[in-house]
Design a protein around this ligand. Structure first.
Ligand SMILES: [Mn+2]
Length: 319
């Protein structure tokens, strides 16, 4: 795996006095991780697009955001670096002109990390990367997994001007290629004039659970999430969670290609992500963060805090 990453084993820095520690200072080399610890993996890839919007800067943006925070969760009473260890494996060396080669490298790194028993958190990249990470995850778990998909869009486009791996297509590719059964896919947060009728109807046709933001509000955020977790866990060996930045209320996330009104508020998505991590999620990603579009690092900071919730949640259940 080493030849596929730009950095080996994280920073390896430690600060003796925890009261001064920032998150980046508690990262450890990969060799120090035990089963159930966290491996961070950057995937700076936004497809073979002629019009890049900045998603390839996501890993850098998340790392910058993480560096701002302290490694302690008061809500969960978990100290990252004590209760759970984290290594940053650096970025997968993507191939900007080849989906095949990029997906092959994602597959290799993800499987290697999971074979070692680590919980991967991948930083995209556009949502294109999730086609690769979920397929690797599903293969690893005998093609018997659930998929929780936080997104303003169902990502069930057939193609985009002929591109079948565009960021609007991964749910359709994953389901039609047989990696996840549609009844074990839950898409939360769809809304607001961002998709064609054909895309929405395709989601209905293939039978995935697509929930509009309006219905989530009516049902209540917590109740809806409990229902969603039941669907993704029903009969599966493990489940994966992907977090598209645009699922959050657009005014809070300027640093994404399709900010969209009427989404989850920061506090709501924070509670959801924490609950998902506590509930046994086996792999995560955060996608569609474009730091070059961001305003005063607002989006980078919010998405980094959600990564910390993932880590602390896994730490709590390991404790
Ligand atoms: Mn998406």
């Amino acid at each position: 795996m080493e030849h596929l990453t730009t950095r080996k084993g994280g920073l390896g820095l430690t600060i003796e006095d925890q009261k001064y520690a920032k998150f980046n200072s508690v990262l450890v080399p990969m060799e120090e991780l035990r089963e159930g610890d966290i491996a961070l993996i950057g995937i700076p890839f936004e497809g073979l697009t002629y019009n890049p919007v900045g998603g390839r800067g996501g890993p850098e943006g998340i790392r910058k955001g993480l560096g701002f925070y302290r490694p302690y969760s008061p809500e969960l009473d978990v100290t990252i670096g004590e209760d759970i260890q984290v290594s940053d494996l650096g970025d997968i060396a993507i191939s900007p002109l080849s989906y095949d080669e990029t997906f092959k490298r994602i597959d290799s790194v993800l499987k290697n990390v999971m074979e070692k028993g680590f919980v991967p958190i991948a930083f995209g990249g556009s949502h294109t990367i999730t086609e690769g990470t979920v397929k690797a995850f599903s293969d690893f778990h005998n093609r018997n997994v659930g998929l929780l998909w936080f997104d303003a869009h169902p990502d069930t486009m057939e193609d985009y001007y002929g591109d079948k791996h565009y960021c609007g297509c991964p749910v359709l590719r994953i389901v039609e290629d047989g990696y996840v059964k549609p009844e074990n896919v839950v898409i939360l947060g769809v809304r607001s004039f961002h998709d064609s009728k054909g895309t929405i109807y395709k989601a209905k046709e293939i039978g995935v659970n697509m929930v509009y933001m309006d219905d989530i509000r009516e049902q209540g955020i917590e109740k809806n999430l409990r229902w969603a977790l039941e669907r993704v866990k029903d009969g599966t060996e493990a489940f994966y969670t992907t977090l598209d930045t645009d699922v959050i209320e657009g005014n809070f996330v300027p640093g994404t290609q399709a900010p969209c009104p009427n989404g989850y508020l920061p506090n709501e998505i924070t509670k959801c992500v924490r609950q998902v991590a506590l509930s046994g999620c086996a792999a995560f990603d955060v996608v569609e963060l474009a730091p070059s579009l961001d305003v005063r690092d607002t989006t980078c900071l919010l998405m980094a805090s959600l990564v910390l919730e993932m880590i602390a949640g896994v730490g709590k259940r390991n404790k």
